[in-house]
Write a protein that binds this ligand. Structure first.
Ligand code: MG
Length: 345
């Protein structure tokens, strides 16, 4: 990919959704510039959510991992498919027992939410399929019987075909889901992760900003970029993970911006403008009644929470509208995991 085809955002946003695998880190190492970029986003007062389709860890575990890598994070900062799964099942299948094709964390998460997990196909109202490194014919057989013989619905955690790793990737949830769908001749009724509407709804709730002033940054066209387009958010594709320049060139999914990595996410030379909402609110809350500006003192020289802007940055360099978040059940959001295939066949 040539330098001319790479384009970094020339503006700042009120909300940032950062994919993890292939965007913030790869394997056990942060990608170049990740910690500094996150620090600068927070210094600006923008909201930030870490987003992953990987269901192998809990949000608390991801937060601990990020903190250990040098990016302080709390459980509420991380959104995973498991963070929306129990809520979906409770709304759509209240009281139903669930049979899982998954690793123990999925069972534990459901049980903690008061959902009955069963290994009896006849008792299952739903089969939950996930990224499962213990996948087996025995599990497939139970899922087959639950769906084919007893009419259980299929719900999947995420649509990813493989999970990017330094050693070339691992088969992900789509592989297990394909096996279950093939033998049952039944499509999943819902997929929790990106680009699905359930993850999208929770993401917008957490960012609490209008989609037009938010951005999704990720390494996959069909999840990260597709979800941002469906929601009316800006998209930034990083080439540090699953997508190669050749795949980007041949894809009909077009991101708004393409950068080599997260280190190029923020504008190199931000334009001046009004402060973003979060920074402005904090500034107003801490501002004395009398004008704060004194001769020779810049009113935007530092942020009210004591964080200093990075060298060369103008912390007031955002001018974004404030409006209620767009509900994902509105007309603007219609996400389908398999847009070219029938729901059930
Ligand atoms: Mg990724």
């Amino acid at each position: 990919m040539t330098a001319a085809e790479l384009r970094r955002p020339e503006r700042l946003f009120d909300g940032y959704a950062l994919d993890l695998d292939g965007t913030v880190y790869l394997g056990d190492a942060l990608l170049p510039g990740a910690a500094a970029t996150v620090r600068r986003i927070r210094q600006r007062g923008s909201r930030l959510v870490f987003l992953t389709n990987n269901p192998l860890r809990s949000a608390a575990s991801y937060a601990e991992r990020l903190s250990g890598l040098g990016i302080p994070a709390a459980e509420a900062d991380v959104l995973t498919p498991l963070g929306v799964l129990a809520g979906y099942l409770g709304r759509r299948h209240p009281g139903a027992a669930v049979l899982t094709v998954a690793e123990p964390l999925v069972d534990e998460t459901l049980a903690a939410a008061g959902i009955t997990v069963t290994s009896e196909p006849a008792a299952a109202g739903v089969v939950v399929v996930s990224f499962d490194r213990t996948f087996s014919y025995a599990k497939l057989l139970l899922a087959y019987r639950a769906v084919r013989h007893f009419g259980a619905a299929i719900v999947a955690t995420n649509p990813d075909p493989f999970c990017p790793t330094p050693d070339g990737g691992w088969p992900d949830c789509a592989a297990m889901l394909a096996a279950v769908e093939a033998c049952t001749e039944t499509r999943a009724e819902a997929i929790m992760g990106k680009p699905g509407e359930h993850m999208a709804a929770e993401l917008l709730r957490r960012l609490a900003a209008p989609p037009a002033s938010t951005v999704i940054v990720g390494d996959r066209l069909l999840t990260d970029v597709s979800m941002s387009r469906s929601l009316g958010m800006t998209s930034v594709l990083v080439l540090s993970g699953a997508t190669t320049p050749g795949e980007l060139a041949s894809s009909p999914v077009r991101p708004d911006y393409v950068i080599e990595g997260i280190g190029q996410l923020l504008p190199a030379d931000p334009p001046s403008g009004r402060p973003g909402r979060a920074a402005a609110c904090r500034a107003a809350a801490s501002r004395p009644a009398a004008p704060a500006t004194s001769p020779g003192t810049s009113p935007v020289g530092s942020t009210p929470d004591g964080l200093q802007p990075a060298a060369g940055e103008n912390p007031s360099a955002r001018a974004l509208p404030i409006a209620p978040p767009t509900g994902v059940h509105g007309d603007r959001v219609r996400l389908h995991a398999h847009p070219s295939r029938p729901h059930r066949r």
